[in-house]
Design a protein around this ligand. Structure first.
Ligand code: ADP
Ligand code: MG
Length: 464
């Protein structure tokens, strides 16, 4: 191991990395720690960088203690390890510092405004904003373009145009992301503005607590001094009459003072059950923008963006596969990507559709309720103008054999049926026939762009 030195610098950093390799083992080292670079050493702080946030988080969660204690061993002055994100050839990304001191990790650095929020006196009754949820990180497509545009407008405009902005849609479609993005934007433009984001649940909790301590006037004051109030998942106050009452008054007070309000819910204002009529009509009197379920294109766009952010190289085929097969919500799709990357890195295999199928089995199952092989056969038969019975028939002429192969390929791609199961549904064919069909179609897709587009079109038809 490295001999004791008085301080750390770029020269002995290389030695230190060698030590780390011995400590964590070369596989883990090559997967994770190899990408660490030395930034600076200052008094008791050693600062390192990694190219992606994903790496940073992984290292902070799994190796930070080992790194820090080894650094302290080499230089006993070192008490703090700081890891920031710095893309290769780029500059340090603001707000990405993580500080490891003792056994705790802090969102650290004084790199940008975001960290000020923690010291903001209003932080207590709001919730902190997630640094990942910005407009830049939001992928826009048909299903969310209205909500996105409205959110941007609210964040950009100094005057209040629609009040409230009411964002609604199903789980995991980006409502919370957009609200945080509004918060960041406003805060970055003008740090003085009081932006409060909290869940309806927390609002209720605060209110109930105020009631208990007979301190409702302070509660009211807190809320009424806000510039922008954002309340997430407002469906939560359904059936809670006292909370609704208080919310209604808070709402009115803010609107009267021309303060911006942003609300999210899983349903439109008029569809909210267990909410007083007058509150519903209040909620609906600004702009209600819904986020529709994602389309295949949007899911693919989001995945590509997330993969890029990670700095991981994932074959397009795999991203397409996930976008096709995980349709319920974006959060789940992100989870799938995380799992796949972690698996590939740990096991050291490359990422293919086959590994994705294996590693994501459970997720794929739960997302697989809808599309059956019969439906695929029907859509493909319609598309190529052949009879549905030809999917099962022994006929081998090209005009029916090719569409049949396409249907087999899509059955493999879209459902989680095994090759023998698929074979059975195609007139009792052998699994090797299905395998051959899948290979053939993949080849044709590679060779012939028209054919490829045709298949993509079919996928969309089947999905919709
Ligand atoms: P909701 O509040 O509607 O349930 P979230 O805002 O929590 O959903 O989104 C769930 C996850 O999906 C978050 O990690 C978010 O960043 C991501 N996400 C959703 N929509 C998009 C999008 N259009 N672009 C990028 N990420 C998205
Ligand atoms: Mg949410």
């Amino acid at each position: 191991m490295t001999e004791s030195t008085t301080d750390l610098n770029e020269n002995n950093w290389e030695n230190l990395k060698k030590d780390l390799k011995k400590i964590v083992g070369s596989t883990a080292y090559n997967n994770w720690l190899n990408k660490l670079s030395f930034l600076s050493f200052d008094k008791n702080i050693i600062s390192l960088s990694v190219p992606t946030k994903f790496l940073r988080d992984w290292i902070v969660n799994h190796y930070a203690d080992k790194i820090k204690s080894h650094c302290s061993k080499i230089d006993k002055n070192i008490e703090v390890l700081k890891i920031v994100v710095k893309p290769v050839g780029g500059r340090i990304v603001p707000g990405t510092a993580r500080v490891i001191k003792g056994n705790e990790t802090k969102w650290g650095g004084n790199l940008d405004i975001r960290n000020n929020l923690v010291n903001n006196s209003t932080y207590d009754f709001g919730a902190p904003l997630d640094p990942r949820f910005t407009f830049e990180n939001f992928v826009v497509g048909k299903p969310n373009e209205l909500a996105f545009a409205a959110a941007q407008r609210v964040a950009e405009d100094d005057k209040v145009t629609f009040n409230p902005l009411f964002l609604y849609g199903g789980v995991g479609l980006g409502k919370t992301h957009l609200m945080h993005a509004i918060g960041w934007n406003i805060k970055n433009k003008n740090p003085e503005r009081k932006v409060i984001y909290l869940s309806a649940e927390k609002f209720m909790y605060q209110f109930v607590r105020a009631l208990r301590y007979k301190d409702t006037s302070a509660f009211k004051e807190q809320f009424r001094s806000i510039d922008i109030l954002m309340i997430d998942d407002v469906q939560f106050i359904s059936g809670k009459d006292n909370t609704q009452e208080e919310f209604f008054h808070t709402f009115n007070a803010l609107v009267e003072q021309n303060r911006q309000i942003v609300i999210s819910a899983d349903k439109s204002p008029s569809d909210l059950d267990g909410v007083q009529e007058r509150l519903k009509s209040r909620l609906g009197c600004g702009l209600a923008a819904d986020i529709h379920p994602t389309t295949y294109e949007l899911r693919l766009g989001i995945l590509m963006e997330k993969a890029k952010k990670r700095g991981v190289d994932i074959p397009a085929k795999v991203l397409e596969f996930i976008s096709h097969r995980i349709v319920s919500n974006v959060r789940e799709m992100e989870g799938a990507l995380n799992r796949l990357v972690a698996h590939a890195t740990l096991v050291g295999t490359s990422i293919t559709v086959e590994t994705a199928q294996l590693v994501l089995q459970d997720l794929l199952k739960s997302n697989n309720k809808k599309i059956t092989i019969e439906e695929i056969q029907k859509k493909v038969a319609d598309h190529y103008n052949i009879r549905l019975t030809d999917m099962h028939s022994p006929r081998r002429s090209r005009s029916v054999a090719r569409p049949r192969q396409v249907a087999m390929y899509l059955a493999k791609f879209i459902t989680s049926r095994s090759l023998p199961e698929i074979g059975r549904k195609f007139g009792g064919r052998d699994h090797t026939t299905v395998m051959h069909a899948v290979k053939k179609i993949e080849e044709l897709k590679q060779e012939d762009t028209n054919f490829n587009e045709d298949i993509e079109l079919l996928k969309r038809l089947i999905d919709s």
